[in-house]
Structure formats: structure tokens, C-alpha cells
Ligand binder design. Structure first.
Ligand code: HEM
Length: 422
């Protein structure tokens, strides 16, 4: 990526060497040179905090691809690849009824149905479960003096919590993880034909699995979120079968694919800033702010998106109608115009850390934000307080190859074995 003084145009290029480890250098260059950027893949991308916030809060924009988006290179590639499969029609509509992809008034109805399970009281009620799970995961590795933060903690914790909330059996974990990984690749700004094919096949498996789980739950109702959604569907006019299916898949994927990155990226940031790790470990009053600063510092979801329904004036440019616009959440979180000269520093005591846009903003603001904060706080807080001499191990961290849900595939760490909780 050229420096801003260069005459070369600055392009969004997630294939640039070094991007997976550190996309922030490229974001900084684009924020300077072309903050409202028309990417080569089609979508426009916003890199400044103010523009990102404005986009996300603009209620005149849409998230419904089928209704609002214009044909582009990405849509054409999807059509071509869909034609290779049977039941192309079903695949085309799958996921389109998830609240993340629906505008009001349907969005309001869907979100209201699900949000009953996400009130502050309900989330605080999950604290004992989250603490017990974290302690069990740490117990399991305590004598080893070594753990992979992703496999041993960051992945199983949110996976079990969302399975419990939904009332889904916590089984087939590895299969579900693989399908889910393949499906979320579809959220990347750039994606290859093979990755699209793999996502379609994985989505078939995931859909079959969710249908089986719904059928099982109909026969075994309980006091859980899935039973509540099934009752709403059985009422007829509150939730269609497709809406039921799509909310379950969304919750299941959003419930763990993102929090794993918060715990993974957050722990890596702490290990690379031992002064901050010690600061948090020794000061429980920092628990809430530390998690927000880690969310700001390395966003678990790097982009959200909206679709224009009319030409949109933003940041001195005009985005045409029916165009995908990506909100660069991770870039906004590092914008010196918002955060000042310390934007790139990790400072767990930063007084306005909670103003980050890692959970988006506006109508689609993350429904699971309080749950994610709780899981991040308990997982990372207990990890750093329980084990002494936590350090990065060999081989070092391995990135997961995703642009949007960018996180670690592996984070091996060592510590002094055997320490009991203080
Ligand atoms: C650190 C973890 C998480 C991050 C960074 C994150 C981030 C996001 C973002 C960026 C959005 C879109 C916001 C927008 O476009 O304005 C979103 C939406 C959503 N998230 Fe999360 N999320 C996290 C965890 C969770 C969890 C644990 C759940 C559920 C158990 C969840 C459920 C949802 C749902 C249902 C939506 C759609 C909301 C709507 O369309 O109204 N998220 N999240």
C-alpha cells in the first residue's frame, strides 16, 4: 500500500502481504487518501468514524439485497454459481429473512420477538453459567501449562452458551463449526468461486440441521428461546417457517463466530501489551472498560453493510442508488479524527472506549452486545487472573483467513502450570 503522499491510487486490497495480521496500516492509508472508496470488487467502503456512524444510523438505507441491490460483479458471480446447484431458488432466499437482512416494519417484529431473551436481566442471569463454563475450561488445562486460547476457551464458550439459550443440543460441534466458518466467508468483501461453492454446500447442511433441531424441539418444548420462537411460528401471523429458520441460523452463527474473535483478538492484544494485561489483572474496576477498549482496538467484525435506495451524499462523494456500502467498523475505531493521536494505542483506561462501533449502530445495533461483553469479560478476566506468566508460545498465532470476521484460528499460550484461582 502506497503512503498517502504517493501519486499511486490507494486501493482496498485484502490480499496485500501482511493484511491478515495488520489491516490497520492499509485502513490508515485509505482513511487519508480515499475515505469513501469504491472498491474493485464492487462495494463502496467507508473508512472514517463519522461517515461510518452516519451510514449505520441512516434509516432511509436498506439491508434487503433482493429488493434493493443493483446487479454487480458479485451478484453476477452468485447467479452463475447458483446455476451449478439444484434447488437454486431455495438457496437464493435462504437467510434473507434473518433480521440482519430485513428492513422495518418486518425487522421491528422479528427483533421484538427475539429480544425478550436478551434483556439485561436475562443476560445477567446467564453469568453463573458463563463463569462455570470458563472455570471448567481453565481447569482442564491448568496442569498442562499450555492452552490454545481458541480451541480450549474462545470457541467452546460462546458455542455452548448460545446452544443453551436456544435449547439446542450442544452436539456435532466440529461439524457445525466447519459449516459456520464456510458460511460466514460470504460476508467478506471479496470471495472466490470455490469459497462461494463451499458456503452453499455448508448452508445446505446447516439448514438440514436446523430443520431437524426445530422438529426435535417441537416434540420436546422447554423454557428456552427456540421454544418461544416455535410458539410464535405456530401462532401463524407472527413468524413464518422461513423466518423461524433464518433467525435460528443467524443467532447460532452470530452467537459464536464473533465472540470467539473478541476473546482471541483481545487476548492476543493483551499478550502483546503486558503492561495493560497487568493493569487489568490488578484492577477489577477496569473489567467493563477493558473489554470495550479491546473491542475498539481489534474489532471482531470488521465491516457491516447497508444498501442505498437513492443516491447518497457522504464524505464529499455521491454513492449511486442500489449500491452496497460497507461500514469500515475496524477502521472507524482507529480514526485519529475521533480518537486523537493515541488512536492506535491500547489503553484499557480510555475514558470513551465504549464509543467504538464494533457492535454497529442504529436499527441493527448488535442484539447480543451485552452477552458478548459478559462472555469477553469473564473469559479474559479469569484467564489473566488465574494463570501466572501467560505468554505467546511457539508456533505463534495463526489467522483464520477471513476479512470480515477476522480472527485467530489458533492462539497457543504458555503459563506456569497448576496455579489455583486466587
Ligand atoms: C463480540 C461479539 C459480537 C460482535 C462484535 C457483534 C457485532 C455485530 C454487528 C457489527 C452487527 C450489525 C450491526 C449493524 O449493522 O449496525 C450485529 C448484529 C447482530 N448481532 Fe452481534 N456481535 C457480537 C456478538 C453477538 C452475539 C453473542 C449474538 C447473539 C447471541 C449476536 C446477535 C446479533 C444479532 C441477532 C444481530 C442482528 C441485529 C439486527 O439486525 O437488528 N451478536 N452484531
Amino acid at each position: 500500500m502506497g503512503a498517502s503522499a504517493s501519486t499511486e491510487p490507494v486501493l482496498y486490497n485484502p490480499f496485500e502481504p501482511g493484511y491478515p495480521e495488520d489491516p490497520y496500516r492499509q485502513f490508515a492509508a485509505l482513511r487519508e487518501a480515499d475515505p469513501v472508496h469504491e472498491s474493485m470488487a464492487g462495494p463502496w467502503i467507508l473508512f472514517r468514524y463519522d461517515d461510518v456512524n452516519r451510514l449505520l444510523r441512516d434509516a432511509s438505507l436498506s439491508v434487503e439485497e433482493d429488493r434493493s441491490a443493483r446487479e454487480g460483479p458479485r451478484a453476477e458471480a452468485f447467479e452463475r454459481l447458483l446455476a451449478e446447484f439444484d434447488q437454486g431458488e431455495d438457496r437464493r432466499t435462504r437467510g434473507t429473512r434473518a433480521m440482519l437482512n430485513v428492513d422495518p416494519p418486518d425487522h421491528t417484529r422479528l427483533r421484538r420477538l427475539v429480544s425478550k431473551a436478551f434483556t439485561p436481566r436475562m443476560i445477567e442471569g446467564l453469568r453463573p453459567l458463563v463463569e462455570r463454563l470458563v472455570d471448567e475450561h481453565l481447569d482442564a488445562v491448568a496442569d498442562r501449562g499450555r492452552l490454545d486460547v481458541i480451541a480450549d476457551l474462545a470457541f467452546p464458550l460462546p458455542f455452548t452458551v448460545i446452544s443453551e439459550m436456544l435449547g439446542m443440543p450442544d452436539a456435532d460441534r466440529d461439524l457445525l463449526r466447519d459449516w459456520s466458518h464456510a458460511i460466514v466467508k460470504l460476508l467478506d468483501p471479496v470471495i472466490s468461486d470455490d469459497e462461494v461453492r463451499e458456503a452453499f454446500v455448508s448452508s445446505d447442511h446447516m439448514t438440514d440441521h436446523v430443520h431437524e433441531v426445530i422438529a426435535w424441539k417441537r416434540a420436546h418444548p422447554a423454557d428456552d428461546l427456540l421454544t418461544a420462537l416455535i410458539r410464535a411460528e405456530e401462532d401463524g401471523d407472527r413468524l413464518t417457517p422461513e423466518e423461524l429458520r433464518d433467525q435460528v441460523v443467524l443467532l447460532f452463527i452470530a452467537g459464536h463466530e464473533t465472540t470467539v474473535n473478541l476473546i482471541g483478538n483481545g487476548t492476543l492484544a493483551l499478550l502483546r501489551h503486558p503492561d495493560q494485561l497487568t493493569r487489568w489483572r490488578d484492577d477489577p474496576a477496569l473489567d467493563a472498560n477493558a473489554v470495550d477498549e479491546l473491542l475498539r482496538y481489534d474489532a471482531p467484525v470488521q465491516f457491516s453493510r447497508r444498501i442505498t435506495v437513492a443516491p447518497l451524499e457522504i464524505g464529499g462523494r455521491t454513492v449511486p442508488e442500489r449500491t452496497f456500502v460497507l461500514a469500515g467498523l475496524a477502521s472507524a475505531n482507529r480514526d485519529p479524527a475521533r480518537w486523537g493521536p493515541t488512536a492506535d494505542h491500547l489503553d484499557l483506561g480510555r475514558s470513551d472506549a465504549g464509543q467504538h462501533v464494533s457492535f454497529g449502530s442504529g436499527t441493527h445495533f448488535c442484539l447480543g452486545a451485552a452477552l458478548a461483553r459478559l462472555e469477553g469479560q469473564v473469559a479474559m478476566g479469569r484467564l489473566i487472573r488465574r494463570f501466572d506468566a501467560l505468554a505467546l508460545a511457539d508456533p505463534g498465532p495463526e489467522w483464520n483467513g477471513r476479512m470480515n470476521l477476522r480472527g485467530l484460528a489458533r492462539l497457543p499460550v504458555t503459563f506456569t502450570p497448576g496455579r489455583t484461582p486466587s
